[in-house]
Design a protein around this ligand. Structure first.
Ligand code: 5GP
Length: 196
């Protein structure tokens, strides 16, 4: 098990409805030493790529993406969730369905901060069905930016997102892939590194 898998086993809680709660260290209270290590690990996995910007989506991606951006020495930009239907022409817009809340959000990013010359590393905390990543990919495409790769902290391998994104041809790196989890026993099974 890697450092993250060990922490998930120690402090993660499996909830009914295929939800893994990691709010004691990742997406509510944050263990900054752990997030720093996550940043270093993404830098290692994408060290062969020329990255000019790290992109994520609010809210829980922000803290993680900040540490990744620090490792690469580049800015971080996050897509904002917007309820407004009056979005002006200065924004790129995409539609994202939320796995945890079950509703649809428009996500926006200013055209000033996503440029055709950008080489992006897209970061998020979880990958489930892939809607959040698809939204971010769509924003990047609208800008004509290049996606160098996508980094996920926890992928739920029994949901379809990972397969869909990899089939699109992107380099997708997940630091932990959960292949099965049981809300009754709390058991969590990770995909072995060599099977990825
Ligand atoms: P997707 O768009 O891939 O279906 O879902 C990804 C988003 O939903 C992530 O940004 C994350 O915030 C949230 N999410 C999905 N599954 C889980 C989960 O098991 N636990 C938590 N805490 N968040 C999740």
């Amino acid at each position: 098990m890697n450092f993250l898998e060990e922490r998930i086993v120690k402090d993660g809680v499996v909830k009914p409805g295929n939800v893994l709660k990691v709010d004691s260290f990742l997406n509510h209270q944050m263990d900054i030493a752990l997030i720093e290590e996550i940043g270093r690990e993404f830098k290692r996995r994408f060290s062969d790529k020329h990255i000019t910007k790290v992109m994520t989506i609010e809210a829980s991606g922000i803290g993680i993406a900040a540490f990744v951006a620090k490792e690469f020495g580049v800015p971080m930009v996050f897509a904002k969730k917007s309820k407004s239907i009056n979005i002006d022409g200065d924004m790129y817009v995409a539609e994202v369905e939320s796995f945890t809340h079950g509703n649809k959000n428009q996500v926006i990013v200013s055209k000033r901060f996503l440029l055709p010359g950008d080489h992006l590393l897209i970061i998020d905390d979880f990958l489930a069905n892939g809607c959040a990543l698809q939204g971010l990919i769509s924003l990047a495409e609208s800008a004509g930016a290049t996606i160098e790769g996508l980094g996920i902290v926890i992928e739920k391998g029994f949901q379809l997102g990972g397969k869909v994104i990899r089939n699109l041809g992107y380099k997708l790196e997940s630091l932990a892939i959960v292949d099965a989890m049981d809300a009754e026993t709390g058991a969590i099974t990770f995909r072995a590194q060599e099977e990825r």
